[in-house]
Ligand binder design. Sequence first.
Ligand SMILES: NC(=O)c1ccc[n+]([C@@H]2O[C@H](COP(=O)([O-])OP(=O)(O)OC[C@H]3O[C@@H](n4cnc5c(N)ncnc54)[C@H](OP(=O)(O)O)[C@@H]3O)[C@@H](O)[C@H]2O)c1
Length: 285
Amino acid sequence: MSTQNRSVTLNNGVQMPILGFGVFQVPGEQTEQVVADALAAGYRAIDTAASYGNEEAVGRAIAASGIAREDLFVTTKMWIQHTGEDTAKREFEKSLRHLGLDYVDLYLIHQPLGDYYSSWRAMQKIYGEGWVKAIGVSNFYPDRLVDLITHNDIVPAVNQIETHPFFQRTADQQLMAEYGVQIESWGPFAEGKNDLFTNPALTGIGAAHGKSVAQVVLRWLIQRDVVVIPKSVKPERMAQNLDVFDFALTDDEMARIAALDTGTSLFFDHRDPQMVKWLGGRRVD
Ligand SMILES: NC(=O)c1ccc[n+]([C@@H]2O[C@H](COP(=O)([O-])OP(=O)(O)OC[C@H]3O[C@@H](n4cnc5c(N)ncnc54)[C@H](OP(=O)(O)O)[C@@H]3O)[C@@H](O)[C@H]2O)c1
């Protein structure tokens, strides 16, 4: 098995592994073991969030792993309820405490909702003080991203957005590249929606390479220079999802996957007023 990961260079020169591990919806009591298994499998980038309620378990697994801090890349995110200049700083310090770390590699605004301009000003300061290696955003559609960039000093290093074969975000990626923002996929498997794991085009391409659908999807994203953070609670799948650096998809295979794009979210639209209201009311403490 080849677990030869590679990195992307963010707009401030920081190196970020192109393949990491996500812990959304990992049950709280399982998270420490799951992250320990992921680190043992070879993952060195972990993606969590204050709203996942598992930063402490992630921190315990990191501490127990004995892996040198500089060899890890830890991302966490600030929830909507904590946007604002002072609250953002307090919330960041809380995440740091929960993780048991003295810096975070990447700190993201989780949603483009609430007073996130104030949060961004606080994050620029936190970054300037050296508590984070890079700052970025998540779930920003191009209009919100360009507005944030236009009215602030620091260009987000990353925008983490829903990206998978049924919602490919190629135009978003192109725009982000023009501004120097790295695209990062969440939900690379669309959480299995739309029968992704039995999709005939994807299974056919997998068969040609002796690879699973999951591996084909991750490889396709990596070949597009999209950072990926697949989630699995199963060690054999963790290993499988890392094993994507010993094959390459042909131009024809890339084009067949491109044809699966529906151009719409399989989850929800951050511009839907009902969803904006629901997310804004969600409390994470
Ligand atoms: N910024 C945001 O708003 C946002 C939103 C969603 C997610 N995220 C981040 O992105 C990460 C990944 O997204 P996600 O967790 O939503 O979904 P995902 O990675 O697209 O899919 C996870 C699902 O795929 C299954 N799976 C994993 N590997 C597999 C394999 N090799 N074969 C078959 N099934 C496999 C998992 O099952 P098992 O666990 O049972 O293996 C789980 O049901 C999250 O964990 C989180 O860190 C961010």
